[in-house]
Design a protein around this ligand. Structure first.
Ligand code: MG
Length: 397
């Protein structure tokens, strides 16, 4: 009998995590779950644990779970009587999961900077990574990719564009250019004015993809594409000038590569995150799994492409600039943008101010070349603080 692949999911209660469990449910005979880690949604985490029977669960809620009771310090693990799994908490809990060499692969599906340290821990322990967390590479791509190389760890991208490129590349040395597709989000064919005054609800109405709130707003401003350029640079080692963005509203072509001889290989599929998630956690095998219907060119009928409008979506240019600067520039961009997105979601600023605020904070940042992980986290917190203060002041004025 085929050996089951042992997997843990960091961020099991989020958008990618829940879809990953749907994939795993279809492929029950292929996987054994070692650990599920969620954030504050402990109810869902418990339901997942009952269904998927992991050895560990990890949560980040201040309230102890039923049966947990005796936790006094964060990270203490206590066997939960009757349920059969150990309960871990906080970042120490995540580190414990990522140090468990029983894992064949860890899916890093949480959003935000919380993914970075557990990913590095797993890499140090020689555990392969299915990576859905952009921030890990945007904040510390050089460090993470170097560690992966050193420990012989595979990093399989879950992000649909990078997953597409991963599927297209046969011989990376013969590839000239990466072509990343962008759906263009809900404001693609709206005027700049309409976009400026967009409500949270309008920004969250993504035409193609069903994702978490932060990434959906990033898709509306196209900052998501900017962050993906940085991600691609690190994953595949391409210069920024050899990474191109093209708008493709149908989200059928998930990205492409151009070989030296002018041949272009693209990966196509219906826009469902189940496909890249399944690819990443089952790589290099492929299974029918969660596939719901067969692909039909005739049904799709047409595919459109256009150049991105950098005037309407200046975030992409800012991301190129940050990427080329390197060092802590990309961590700064990420932190300022994320805080501005949160402020937008809280109704404190308008959509277009996300870019304006991010750019202002970014322009003032003094880049540290070749930073350590601690320096990156330090920049991250300082930039967040600065961005929040700036937004507060804006609102008082
Ligand atoms: Mg993507």
């Amino acid at each position: 009998m085929e050996k089951k692949r042992k997997i843990s999911i960091i961020g099991s209660t989020g958008s990618i995590g829940t879809q990953a469990l749907e994939v795993i449910e279809k492929l029950q005979d292929k996987f054994e779950i070692i650990a599920l880690a969620g954030g504050k949604n402990v109810e869902l985490l418990k339901q997942q644990a009952e269904k998927f029977k992991p050895k560990f669960i990890c949560h980040n809620s201040p309230l102890p779970l039923e049966g947990e009771g005796r936790i006094s310090t964060r990270g203490t693990s206590v066997r939960n009587s009757g349920e059969g799994y150990k309960i871990l908490t906080g970042t120490e809990g995540l580190e414990e999961i990522c140090s468990n060499k029983e894992n064949d692969i860890i899916l890093v599906a949480c959003s935000g900077k919380i993914g970075l340290k557990p990913t590095l821990k797993a890499i140090e322990n020689g555990i392969d990574i299915a990576l859905a967390n952009k921030e890990t590479l945007v904040m510390a791509g050089d460090i993470v990719m170097e560690a992966a190389k050193k420990h012989g760890v595979k990093i399989i991208p879950v992000d649909s564009e990078h997953c597409a490129i991963h599927q297209c590349i046969k011989d990376i040395n013969q590839v000239d250019k990466l072509i990343i597709t962008a759906s263009g989000g809900p404001f693609l064919h709206k005027s700049i004015e309409e976009m400026k005054n967009a409500t949270v609800k309008e920004a969250l109405a993504h035409p193609r993809w069903n994702m978490g709130k932060k990434i959906t707003v990033d898709s509306a401003t196209l900052m998501n594409k900017g962050l993906e350029i940085i991600e691609a640079h690190h994953l595949f080692g391409f210069d920024y000038d050899d990474i191109e963005v093209v708008v493709h509203p149908q989200s059928i072509v998930h990205s492409a590569i151009e070989y030296k001889d002018g041949s272009v290989i693209a990966q196509l599929g219906l826009p469902s995150m189940h496909i890249p998630i399944q690819y990443a956690i089952t790589y290099p095998e492929r299974y029918e799994g969660i596939k719901s219907k067969s692909f039909s060119f005739a049904e799709i009928a047409r595919l459109d492409f256009e150049a991105p409008d950098f005037e309407k979506f200046p975030t992409v240019k800012l991301a190129y600039k940050a990427g080329k600067l390197g060092g802590t520039a990309t961590a700064c961009l990420n932190a300022a943008n994320e805080e501005a997105v949160f402020a937008f979601l809280d109704g404190k600023i308008k959509l277009y101010q996300i870019y304006e605020i991010t750019k202002k904070i970014f322009d003032e940042h003094e880049v540290i070349k070749n930073p350590t992980i601690d320096e990156i986290f330090d920049v991250d917190s300082k930039i967040r603080e600065k961005t929040k203060n700036y937004i507060e002041k804006l609102n008082q004025a």
